[in-house]
Design a protein around this ligand. Sequence first.
Ligand code: GL2
Length: 833
Amino acid sequence: IGIHKRGVQFPQTHPLALAPVTPPPPTVDGFVKEFLHELNTDQGVALSRSSINDQYTALAHTVRNYLTARWLETGRKQREGHTKSVAYLSAEYLLGRQLGNNLLAANLNDVARKALESCGLSLDTLRAQEVEPGLGNGGLGRLAACFIDSLATMNVPCVGYGIRYEYGIFRQTFVNGEQVEQPDSWLALGNPWEIAHPEAAVKVNFGGRVETVTDEAGVATSTWVPEWNVLGVPYNIMVPGYLNGRVNTLRLWSAQATQAFDLSIFNAGDYAQAVRAQTFAENISKVLYPEDSTPQGKELRLQQQYFFVACSLRDFIDNQGEDFDLRDLPERVIFQLNDTHPVIAVPELMRILIDERGFDWNDAWAITSKCFAYTCHTLLPEALEVWSVELLGRLLPRHLEIIYRINTEFLEVVRERWPDDYLRLGRMSIVTEYPERGIRMAYLATVAGIKVNGVAALHSQLLRDKVLNDFAELWPDKFINVTNGVTPRRFMKLANPHLSDLITDTIGTGWVTDLERLEELAPYADDADFRAAFREAKHANKIRLRDRLRVRDGIELPTDHMLDVMVKRLHEYKRQTLKLLHIVSLYEQIISGKVDAADVTPRTFVFGAKAAPGYRMAKNIIHLINNVGEVVNNDPAVEGRLKVFFPANYNVTLAERLIPAADLSEQISLAGMEASGTGNMKFALNGAITIGTDDGANVEIRKLVGDDNFFLFGMDEPQVAALGAKGYHPGEYYESDPRLKATLDLIASGTFSNGDHQTFEPVVSNLVHNDRFMALADFTSYIEAQAKVDAAYADTEAWTRSAILNVARCGFFSSDRSMKDYIKLIWGTNPVL
Ligand code: GL2
């Protein structure tokens, strides 16, 4: 296997090799030349014979070429400067399309457009050719993508480490209203943004046993004798900063067999058996697990986690050079653990230090306990990963042993602080005994991390007060908050050119990298001309969305309705059903004659949501949304008043069209359930007004935009807790609120299922009899808030004013600010200019 030390076999003796090759400055002619060169030499086609994919690929390579010199330069500075880097460990990166973003970062948009035009090609057509890399499920993966964009833009050294899934999040289709999953073969036409380095592959071991030898002095030495291994092949992807010439790296690992296939078995005629090892190994990076917030304890998932983490630690350490003293590791790196998925990195570093580098336990722990920090992204108990000891011991026996020792020493600390508090010891143990013996990864991360952060103020407080309360008592300073953020490059500048141009014309360009400057827009909320221009931008965005949905989904979106949008993963705690109850209730009131259709504000509701394939209730809810849409959209009684659309396969690309067009942003989770949300920030920054509960980052949005510019409803977290403690009986709400009863009865009657009573029985009976997320308890308050929305929308000028103030006051939610907080509160890294 071609594993070798980097850089030794290619001595740079030629003077031209001292500086990376820089393409000519980006003039239109220069760009055309570079583009045609790529098309001819790399794709091997003439322009006249080229396919759109050839053209797209050549364009991507052209852009990449312009960034390459900066990329190599960034790498050199980082290596030579010995500065501290952030190594962001994340099992998910929901990147979205690369071409538009990289053109923007490199300031090549106009040049590329003109260059392509002169070749008779359209930039927009080529951009549409790109299949987005969907290497994440939702908010958590998209957050990672925003963070690496911000770090590059802020000149902070960072490597993002993750997995190059061959299949990303499934492509969602609907068949008769029901979700059907298709594989996302995003690599089928090639990926021009990645560069493979098979020569730098890393070997990763699994299975086997631990042999312990005790010497004469009684010192025990453990040796891991693994049973099988795979190779991790790194693929590098550029992460260009915005207009600053810095290009960081995202390094994704792909699994490959150490032995491709067995020739002797092949020759004997057993073809399937001959490639078995290869198939087995390559399964590890085959597909992203589609569970969002509710991971399943599957063996392959643990293999994925250890696989990418082992590759990444090895890679980072090897990159420090041969004579690097690992005692200095904490000065060189902070490994940021994005949720519990990469937490197996903790025992892995201990193993490297002890088993491979000969450190004793205490020295190894002194290093390890300074190298990690942990971000928790959830409050749902079922989302906190617990690995069964049986599985962990089978797959990673040495790691299990190390975890036990970490736990033993940790429990000593607890015992010292609280002698005889056995209940507490049980509660805090990394090893749980119920329902089977397992390793609580969040606890391991908390013990090892220098800091533990939640992702919004309320979430961090609930982590401290509830989920990790014992730990917060032990180490109060360990627990901090860093509120999430989103990148204004992708989610404003790229996604919303109309609004971006208006903002730039009004306050200059600085806001794109200094989002708090949006404040300067606030006075313009009182300027009628600005308000008119703001509305024009919103309208233009609705037209752009209409055009996209027409082609993409055959949907005819009215552009003169209030656009009411709920896009996020389908999960009961997010309460898409509550939104649906509102819609069905409006419909019921009209068709039963309680309300005159002419008095209803024309609204178009748009949903976007994928359900985990095994999550039956979520799939039933998707079916119901689609069927409600089918009935409502075809009923002349509500024509011109209500429309319900659910474009399939919501992803980053669609989000970029949908969010800028929205008037109303639905953020309606049960208080205390949504850790942060980041869609909420994207909507507000694009001038939608939020209707939301006091949950996650909604709390902070409302504080910043002001109560007058936010539609708050529902119980707050203490009220939810109190109701839960008292005993929640959803049936009582059903019985006592006639409007709610009529709504649920309409669904139960079969109106949305061709008269069949069974189809949506699970949704209805779950709401009436169980309703874990208390949708019925918040229904009345939600309906009242929606009535306020209608009233507010009727006053166009006042609505626009509120929308502008949302934009102006949400600069805080830039991921640049989040990164500053991480740097200041956790990492202690510096920008390198
Ligand atoms: C999530 C949270 O549910 C969401 O509220 C948060 O905004 C993101 C990013 O911090 O993380 N946790 C999680 O497991 N997923 C999320 O989106 N998938």
